[in-house]
Write a protein that binds this ligand. Sequence first.
Ligand SMILES: N[C@@H](CCC(=O)N[C@@H](CS)C(=O)NCC(=O)O)C(=O)O
Length: 221
Amino acid sequence: MSMPKLELISHHLCPYVQRAVITLLEKEIPHERTYIDLSNKPDWFREISPLGKVPLLKVNEEVLFESAVICEYLDEITPGSLHPNDPLQKAKHRSWIEFGSSILNGIAGFYNALDQDTFEQKRGELMQKFTWIEQNLGNGAYFADERFSLVDAVYGAIFRYFDVFDKIADFSVFANTPKVRDWRQSLQARSSIQHAVTEDYSERLLTFLKQRNAYLSAMIL
Ligand SMILES: N[C@@H](CCC(=O)N[C@@H](CS)C(=O)NCC(=O)O)C(=O)O
């Protein structure tokens, strides 16, 4: 199959976009990336995005939306697979990818919390979610074993938030989850994860967090 022309419609801070970029980089797929401003969506984007969300993948003249769909499509058009072959294991990976989306909602709750009580509650909820992960991680460097998979792409983007939170203060979210801490390190070292965002990612995220006017915002110097 000849490779179609691929254009990923992206946003600098979006963790769902990162899932697609990591897949593109892991599979060494030639593509273009176009970044848009979500607070001022271009008309051409509104016209092709059914949910008004990034990522979108333009495949020649067709449009795909939803990161899970995009990642699986990219995986399927290239040799090898970032999913397990066994149907049950593959389904489990998809479950933990969904769980990753609920962690992203939890992270948004954490950085948007307006007062200390809510902030602490959200921090506790995140810790509980990572306890679930701790109990379901394999014994290798990555989620299941020594092979990088699509679940790893999802959590690589999640852990990147904590690299920036760590610059603000020590929130000890991983204090009770040593396997998660090791996994985070393996993912941080992975080239596809390092290169899934632009170099100014941390500054952009800090600026975004400051602008929330939330409890966390006040902690940013
Ligand atoms: N379920 C979607 C979620 C994508 C999503 O929430 N994208 C956000 C940015 S991270 C977005 O485009 N939001 C629209 C907006 O801010 O108006 C996926 O997996 O692709």
